[in-house]
Design a protein around this ligand. Structure first.
Ligand code: BGC
Length: 811
């Protein structure tokens, strides 16, 4: 069953039934000011950091789900309703939510009144702008009582939900004209406040929550709205909110716009006050003035649209698969940008309080959007590398506001360092900017410790080399990519976290075949980089370590039919046919096949066949099989999950592309494509009631074949799945891959595909690439013509920027 449909022309997903199986959300803002918004107006806003600068409050895991948000209430004399159906839940005559590129519109129709709310964060603006358009489609005059609503968070989202003995006494507001200011803690150490304005005179307001709702009423029935009379309350402590009351008279056929601005201001200590205890409102007023008419709002939205046109024009495709085109051209790229901005911090599955930016996550997210805004990727790489330690180890996470490593989780995830090589080389291949390698970057943010970024890559590489176990394979530390395979923690205490508790290193034999494969893949990238910059000695040195690793994998990492997953603390095999449960895992088979280890000997084909036979199912490839059915203290969190969920045999969509890419190494485009389609959200749109989450973005996990309800997805939006699937489809299946010296054309497709087209902007030039596949091949390019002239090989060399080139490819 479907709850809406794609509108590719406008790059929107149109939800036509508000009762989606789970809140279907969108993200507003892509630089400093951010909001999450659901299809019924739920969600919240923050400035840069979802934990430390929470602007509006949100209650997670609420009953009903998704209560609280940016609401408009309409009392039209006959009914009390909201354009997004919730929170009032008054039946609407029609409802439509359109999620677009960083904007959302929600429209409800009731009693002949159309109410459409547009929400977005204009470019370079520290505010969310909302335009509420009201239209009277009847023949009578309508008198509408409009109430806006937001609830302020007391800035630190964690203490906001916990420290009530303090919180209930700190809230402070100011009211001036039609603007409601939230200035809690501004008097002391904060240099920031928030505000909520409307571009019309107001006939009343409320800033105290209980006065607005009445102590016994929920979001669905605020007392003031039901009575049609605001209380003009001024909050002192308790829970400050902001609600405007505006009376709107509409003649038959008439429509009116109200523009609301929900903003954030920072003032330096000298400019904090206008007079004693009266905040300096200059900056707030300047922002409000930028959006004080509907025309100005529309112009800002048009700018945002153009911004997205430019981002999405860098890479676009035309195939015979409409569902593929809309993912690659629109939604997958959009999701990549969102994961880049938010890492794993704020979604409807991540509270925004828990996790900072992941070291590995952020590096991987980079490859999904580096072609769009390389300058931001550059900045991110430097930020990430600055949290690395001198021995190559890394903080697993950092906080975006301070950009400092997160001590609570610390270090010891031994795959982390290698991802920096991935992120950096992806950036250089895209941009050609080798100068980043000379950039001075500190260790652990310590002044005076700066070395070149290139040196950071060297210590990353050497971190693996210096931490090998008895089988010549990389020691895993706390965990590798799979945060839940904790081979050194042996936790018996439910009150401790698997990721931060004991990490027995003394005598541990816990080694990871995932890191081994990763090391070979990105180690080779490192070697290629060294050669490209003329550092032959370092290239040779590194190559020897890679050769040794390949040998170690073949010798100690092959189980006969597939690659082992790991050795545990005691040196016992994990992911082996010898094991009773968890005989085979996806990660090591993904990485070792991507690395092409044992390709000639048939190991790659065998491993991939084993994956197909044992891990593949209707909804995608599960992580391991058979699922663990009891807790294994020596494996950690992985065995804490019920079978079929999360890292215990769930379909972890993040790692499915590793197998897709592995299949392209083997040249089996049919299988790669089949795997791609299974987890691609636009292809699961018609099973939305099972799948539950948004059909326009990837979810981290789909319940696997051993689960109670296979096919049910969770944790949409903030997942490495976005970047990895984008990377797999564009660079390995469609096969258009940036390198230091040009664009490689190396498709590996379904033999049924007869042709496809790609437009790719690369280093300033535009390439219109037409691939023809007359003989139904899966891989292998037979000829390439650029502007009619045949070239040697399958790399388009760097051509003059500014020009457009026609590239004809025959497979
Ligand atoms: C984390 C990743 C991790 C994955 C597998 C995700 O939730 O963000 O860093 O690799 O889980 O455990």
């Amino acid at each position: 069953m479907q709850y809406g449909h794609f509108d590719d022309e406008r790059r929107e997903y149109v939800i036509t039934n508000p009762r989606t199986p789970w809140p279907w959300i969108n993200y507003l803002g892509n630089e400093d000011f951010f909001s999450l918004i659901s299809n019924t107006g739920g969600g919240y806003s923050f400035y840069k950091d979802a934990k430390f600068r929470r602007i509006t409050r949100y209650r997670y895991n609420n009953v009903p789900m998704d209560s609280g948000g940016k609401y408009f209430y309409i009392n039209d004399g006959e009914s009390v309703w909201s354009p997004g159906w919730k929170p009032c839940k008054t039946e609407l005559d029609s409802y439509e939510c359109r999620h677009g590129m960083n904007y959302t519109t929600i429209k409800g129709v009731k009693n002949g009144i159309e109410a459409e709310a547009l929400y977005f964060v204009p470019l370079k603006t520290w505010a969310e702008v909302q335009k509420l358009t009201l239209r009277n489609t009847t023949n009578e005059v309508k008198m509408l009582k409009i109430f806006s609503f937001v609830e302020w968070a007391l800035w630190n989202a964690a203490t906001d939900m916990e420290n009530f003995q303090r919180n209930f006494s700190t809230g402070e507001v100011e009211i001036e004209d039609s603007v409601l200011y939230h200035k809690t803690e501004y008097k002391e150490r904060r240099d920031h406040y928030a505000y909520y304005s409307v571009n019309a005179p107001i006939q009343g307001f409320d800033t105290d929550r209980e006065s607005f709702f009445g102590l016994y009423n929920g979001f669905d029935e605020p007392q003031t709205v039901l009575e049609g009379a605001p209380r003009n309350s001024e909050a002192h402590g308790w829970s400050p909110i902001a609600s405007h009351y505006v009376e709107v008279n509409l003649q038959p056929g008439e429509s009116k716009d109200l523009v609301f601005v929900l903003g954030y201001v920072e003032n330096s200590p000298e400019e904090k006050w206008e007079s004693k205890n009266i905040i300096n409102k200059t900056k707030a007023k300047a922002t409000i003035a930028r959006f004080d008419t509907a025309e100005k709002v529309d112009a800002a939205l048009a700018e945002l649209r153009t911004y997205w046109d430019n981002l999405l024009n860098v890479f676009s495709i035309k195939t015979n698969e409409e569902k593929l085109d809309r993912m690659v051209n629109i939604w997958n790229q959009y999701q990549c940008m969102i994961t880049f901005c938010f890492s794993r911090s704020a979604s409807f599955f991540e509270s925004g309080i828990g996790r900072g930016m992941g070291f590995r996550d952020s590096n991987q997210d980079l490859v999904g959007f580096v072609h769009q805004i390389p300058e931001r990727a550059r900045e991110r790489i430097i930020d990430i590398a600055s949290t690395q330690f001198a021995d190559g180890g890394c903080y697993h996470q950092y906080q975006p506001l301070t950009k400092k490593g997160n001590n609570e989780i610390g270090q010891g995830f031994n795959d982390d360092p290698m991802w920096l090589i991935f992120g950096t080389t992806a950036y250089i291949k895209e941009s050609g900017d080798f100068s980043i390698l000379d950039e001075p970057v500190p260790f652990d943010n310590q002044d005076g410790s700066e070395v070149s970024l290139f040196r950071h890559l060297t210590v990353s590489f050497d971190h693996v080399v210096n931490n090998l176990g008895p089988h010549g394979l990389p020691l895993s530390g706390r965990a590798d990519w799979n945060d839940c395979l904790n081979l050194n923690c042996f936790s018996n205490d439910p009150n401790e976290s698997f990721q931060t508790t004991e990490n027995k290193s003394e005598g541990s034999q816990a080694q990871s075949l995932m890191i081994a494969g990763l090391f070979v893949v990105y180690g080779r990238d490192y070697v290629e980089l060294c050669k490209t910059i003329g550092n032959v000695a370092e290239a040779d040195r590194a190559q020897k370590h890679i050769d040794d690793m390949v040998e170690a994998i073949k010798l100690n990492g092959w189980d006969g039919e597939w690659f082992l997953r790991a050795y545990d603390y005691f040196g016992n095999k994990v992911g082996s046919n010898e094991n009773e449960e968890g005989k085979i895992f996806i990660e090591s088979n993904g990485w070792c096949t991507m690395a092409g280890i044992g390709l000639e000997e048939g190991m790659v084909a065998k491993a991939l066949d084993a994956v197909k036979e044992r891990l593949d199912c209707e909804h995608g490839i599960v992580l391991n099989n058979p699922a663990y059915t009891k807790y294994y203290i020596e494996y950690g969190e992985i065995s804490s999950y019920p079978p079929g969920y999360k890292e215990n045999a769930g379909i972890f969509c993040h790692n499915n592309p590793w197998i897709m890419i592995g299949e392209t190494v083997q040249g089996r485009g049919d299988r790669a494509w089949d795997y791609f389609r299974k987890i691609c959200p636009s292809y699961t749109e018609n099973i939305s009631d099972l799948h539950k989450v948004e059909p326009y973005v990837y979810a981290q996990m789909i319940a696997g074949k051993d689960a109670f309800r296979p096919g049910e997805a969770k944790n949409s939006w903030l997942t490495g799945t976005a970047a990895w699937n984008y990377y797999a489809i564009t660079q390995y299946i469609l096969g258009i891959r940036p390198t230091y010296s040009g664009l490689i054309i190396d498709p590996c497709i379904s033999p049924e595909w007869k042709e496809f087209e790609v437009t790719r902007k690369f280093r300033g030039a535009t390439y219109h690439i037409k691939v023809k596949n007359p003989n139904g091949a899966m891989k292998g390019v037979t000829s390439i013509k650029i502007n009619g002239k045949i070239i040697e090989g399958n790399i388009i060399p760097l051509l003059a920027a500014g020009d457009t080139y026609a590239v004809e490819v025959v497979m």
